[in-house]
Design a protein around this ligand. Structure first.
Ligand code: FAD
Length: 464
């Protein structure tokens, strides 16, 4: 079996790792990466005692896909879980101040983040008639089902996760599960309860059958002793990795596919295209450059390291998000060393400020000095820090996060057409059917299953 993966980011390497986990010899896997290093958006920088991630802070510990990938990459003893406090304490900015977000059913009743009217309207969701609205935006879906009172929270959440606009992202593409619950059960709440019951029952049955020991609850977030870069290296281990090789063409020849870079041609039975839809525009795929496009959110991340003594009350918990109506400079700030204490030296605190996104792409393009200056002002104002940070770092992602908006079905149709017409060719990566590492890790397992369970017969092209 020969497998070639185009793109050495998290998505491509997850497929390599899943294939290795399913018994494929790593020597049969080639990973072709245009840049001089693997990881794509993910990298870990260690400087002056601080550990900075260039992309995600960590992986979701509860994700089945992530758990499997850790097992396959033999990283179990390298995992660092997020702290308990960061799992239960999160904030939102409201009227210029940080307010605690509810962390459970009781605090959802007592919270002052939502008005009593909003709370009642949320409880009425099971009585709202379902409607199948094609390409409905997340903002419209949530307002229709739960009322407009949730809008600032949804706005903040979507700009925190997608650096996107909840009035542009489409529920069918971003959270298809929510839409399916409405369609199947008539209500998201009713469907959610039914799903939880089913899961509980399945778990009980599994435990009853195998008499397993009670497993420890996985952490909300996790990283590794050497940061997320450690997982990138472990997933790539043993594979035939080609760096600085941009793929320019993918074609079919008799029973094989040919992956062509500027330097060489690699034959493969299976090809995994693990780039974003926009990156694919530069590759001639079976005779033409795909005419598909998604909007991408530019993001700048300013990391600031302070002495805890510079705060009257040092930041506690996960971090905060800022709804657009608050007109803050940052989209939100992660309290990085509160989530993973080893990320800052003893007595110091590390904050990661997210800036720009679809709301303010021009901010992500500001000079590093301006970004740092504005981020420091936000920390002074919202977290009451005194003085300047002792450490600063700026990371910019100009080809940032793909937005799954109206018209995304053209991207999905293209993917389907190629996968149907060319057996053994698979798509993954940020911006096709999801953007999270959880989503991509599950997709990697599915692709590895398809490749290892079926012997693909590639049809000979008509003109050969
Ligand atoms: C600021 C930020 C915060 C994030 N936070 C989270 C988070 O909290 N949780 C979460 O789950 N996800 C988060 N993400 C998303 C996460 O980073 C992505 O899901 C993941 O890294 C995407 O991996 P990928 O391989 O699809 O894409 P990429 O990382 O972009 O990798 C694609 C690779 O393909 C290569 N490539 C492109 N074209 C070619 C070509 N022609 N030939 C060869 N190689 C090519 C590129 O050089 C690149 O290395 C965040 C992203 C950003 C930017």
């Amino acid at each position: 079996m020969s497998i070639t993966i185009i793109g050495g980011g998290f998505a491509g390497l997850s497929v390599a790792n899943a294939l290795k986990g399913k018994g494929v010899n790593p020597k049969e896997i080639s990973v072709i990466e245009a840049k001089d290093k693997l990881g794509g958006l993910i990298d870990t920088i260690q400087e002056k005692g601080y550990t900075i991630e260039t992309g995600p802070e960590g992986y979701r510990g509860t994700s089945i896909g992530i758990q499997k990938l850790i097992q396959y990459a033999e990283l179990e003893d390298q995992v660092i879980p997020s702290t308990k406090i960061s799992e239960s304490l999160r904030y939102i900015v409201k009227k210029g101040k940080l307010r605690k977000l509810p962390s459970g059913p009781f605090s959802a009743i007592t919270t002052t983040v939502f008005s009593p009217k909003t709370k009642i309207r949320i409880l009425l969701e099971p009585f709202i008639k379902p409607q199948d609205i094609p390409e409905e935006t997340i903002g419209s879906f949530v307002s229709r089902r739960f009322g407009k009172g949730l809008d600032p929270l949804v706005d903040a959440f979507i700009s925190g996760v997608y650096a996107g606009d909840h009035h542009s992202l489409v529920i069918d593409y971003v959270y298809p599960e929510a839409k399916q619950l409405e369609m199947k059960y008539g209500s998201v709440i009713k469907g959610g309860i039914a799903m939880m019951k089913q899961l509980k029952k399945a778990k009980k049955q599994e435990q009853g059958n195998t008499k397993q020991e009670k497993k420890e609850k996985p952490p909300y977030l996790l990283t590794f002793k050497q940061g997320l870069k450690q997982s990138i290296d472990a997933m790539a281990k043993g594979t035939n990795t080609l760096l600085n090789q941009e793929v320019v063409k993918l074609e079919q020849e008799k029973q094989k596919y040919l992956v062509v870079t500027k330097q060489k041609t690699i034959e493969a039975e299976n090809v995994i295209i693990a780039t974003s839809p926009n990156a694919l525009q530069n590759i001639n795929v079976f005779g033409e450059k795909p005419k598909i496009r998604t909007r991408e959110a530019k993001v700048a991340i300013v990391s600031l390291g302070y002495d805890v003594k510079q705060f009257k009350k040092p930041p506690k918990g996960y971090g905060f998000l800022a709804p657009s109506e608050e007109e803050r400079f940052v989209l939100g700030i992660l309290f990085s060393s509160q989530i993973f204490p080893h990320k800052a030296p003893e007595g110091k605190t590390l904050l990661r400020c997210f800036i720009g996104g679809i709301r303010h792409p021009e901010r992500a393009e500001m000079s590093n000095e301006k970004l740092v200056q504005n981020a420091i002002e936000e920390v002074k104002d919202l977290l009451k820090a005194k003085g300047e940070p002792e450490y600063t770092h700026v990371q910019k992602h100009y080809r940032g996060i793909s937005q799954l908006e109206k018209g995304h079905n053209k991207v999905l149709d293209y993917k389907k057409q190629i996968e149907t017409q060319y057996p053994g060719v698979h798509f993954t990566g940020l911006g096709w059917t999801g953007i999270s590492t959880d989503h991509l890790s599950r997709q990697a397992l599915q692709i590895a299953d398809k490749i290892t369970n079926k012997k693909m017969m590639i049809p000979t092209p008509q003109n050969n």
